[in-house]
Ligand binder design. Structure first.
Ligand code: FAD
Length: 431
């Protein structure tokens, strides 16, 4: 049975979230640039009371099951919630479902020792601390064989040496989830392992905090991190030795679809603003909305948004149904590959319809256009995801048995004629 309806109780929750985000959370976006930064006293003063309201409403950390203190809504309900949160950059933090902490919590919950969970998972889930995911290296992001950061066993300790690049939030995180090569001679995906590295371990240096265009902050938040003889206890290894990529998948499956859910919100915000402008701005005797080429920009944007949203919702539904990310590899990669283009196209059209105002720093579209490039890189470049989709589809493809494809029209016609020879003969005789 197919249904596109939301049950009444949940719809009520969503209506509360929508009003709360618009009236309480979106204003905070204009006062703080980085809702993640738990060091910022203004952030704490503004964000913490809002988090309390979300908790009271039972909507804290909706991506988590009850065993970790969330309501266990599943991905489909989460999608409907996240597409509201996506309008505001502070909202995911206010609702306790923000990356990279959400994914890092999933890794810790799966693979951490009870002591690591007590020390890091509990305060992370309460957003008392934040975490960092430290995988990409200056030598390579897309190609894991290019990773050179090493972890070697020395007695009861692992000793890590190397450099990581774009380790977001490292400068204020309490711990890092770090990938390092432990078995350089193993097969490609068996070389690396994953570790919990406490941020105050001697030997960690933030070389610099790299900034990205589109953010107002003076200093960036994507750290270039150096690890020099960083010594951590043996039990800080997450999962099996050499299984770093399998551990990484624990966070990436969920992380990618959650970004996509939020992107629906950002794209819808671009479209809403486009519609308002079209009916407001005078053009000749009417408004921009009367111009057919403007209507095309609007129609194309809505079509792209709805196609994308349905793909996201269907993928979320499949995750809930199969409970196995391996069965939705193509779906998640498809969503991840589609996401930057939909945002780029729709935010780009919003700029065009708003004219000089659209491109100015007085409107948010320029930031969102740049955000689309972040989305095309973080959690894997678009090209790799397109390749992953194609590979999954090609797995089920069979070569044609003969010289011509099975859809060849001449062969199909011959087969139809052979099958209905008696009917064709009877038709000829009776004519
Ligand atoms: C905002 C932001 C936040 C991030 N946060 C984190 C973080 O917290 N932790 C972390 O570890 N990393 C993080 N990253 C890094 C991100 O994971 C990498 O940028 C990504 O994996 C790509 O790696 P790269 O930048 O080294 O690009 P490269 O691997 O150098 O690739 C550059 C380009 O080459 C092309 N390309 C590469 N390989 C192929 C291929 N096989 N086939 C076809 N084309 C290809 C693609 O166009 C790709 O965009 C973040 C990135 C961004 C933008």
């Amino acid at each position: 049975m197919w249904s596109f309806e939301t049950d009444e109780d949940y719809q009520e929750q969503l209506a509360w979230v929508d009003a709360f985000v618009r009236t309480e959370v979106e204003p905070v976006d204009h006062l703080i640039e980085h809702a993640w930064d738990v060091r910022d006293p203004l952030r704490n003063r503004l964000v913490r009371p809002l988090q309390e309201q979300v908790r009271e409403r039972g909507l804290w950390a909706c991506h988590l099951g009850p065993e970790l203190g969330g309501p266990g809504y599943g991905q489909l309900k989460l999608a409907l919630l996240n597409e509201i949160l996506g309008r505001s950059h502070s909202a995911p933090v206010v609702f306790g479902c923000h990356a990279p902490d959400s994914g890092n919590a999933e890794i810790l919950a799966h693979y951490g020792t009870p002591e690591l969970k007590r020390r890091y998972l509990d305060p992370l889930l309460a957003n008392e601390i934040v975490s960092c995911y430290s995988m990409t290296e200056p030598t390579g992001g897309s190609d894991p064989t290019a990773f050179v950061t090493r972890a070697e066993l020395d007695g009861d300790d692992w000793v890590i040496n190397g450099e990581k690049w774009f380790s977001s939030h490292a400068s204020f995180a309490s711990f890092y989830i770090t990938m390092a090569v432990t078995d350089p001679d193993a097969e490609r995906h068996g070389r690396a392992s994953m570790f919990v590295v406490p941020a105050d371990t001697p030997g960690i240096t933030i070389v610099r905090d790299v900034g990205v265009w589109g953010h107002d902050e003076d200093e960036g938040h994507h750290a270039y991190v150096r690890y020099e003889d960083v010594r951590i206890p043996r039990d800080h290894l997450l999962g099996e030795r050499g299984q770093g990529f399998a551990v990484a998948q624990t966070r990436l499956g969920g992380g990618r679809i959650h970004h996509a859910m939020r992107t629906v919100g950002l794209v819808r915000a671009s479209l809403d603003m486009m519609l308002e402008r079209a009916v407001s701005r005078r053009s000749g005797t009417g408004t921009l909305a009367d111009r057919q080429l403007v209507q095309e920009l609007i129609a194309d944007s809505w079509i792209q948004l709805e196609q994308f949203r349905l793909l996201v919702l269907q993928t979320a539904w499949k995750i809930d149904r199969y409970q196995d990310y391996r069965k939705v590899i193509a779906d998640i990669s498809a969503v991840k590959a589609a996401m930057p283009k939909v945002l780029l196209d729709v935010a780009g059209r919003a700029i065009q319809i708003h004219g000089s105002l659209g491109i100015s720093t007085e409107m948010p579209f320029g930031k969102w256009v740049l955000e689309s490039f972040h989305m095309g890189l973080a959690d894997g470049a678009t090209e790799l995801h397109k390749m992953a989709v194609a590979k999954q589809l090609l797995k089920g493809a069979q070569p044609a048995p003969g010289l011509f494809p099975t859809g060849h029209l001449i062969a199909a016609k011959d087969a139809a004629r052979a099958r209905f020879a008696a009917e064709l003969d009877a038709a000829v005789l009776s004519s």
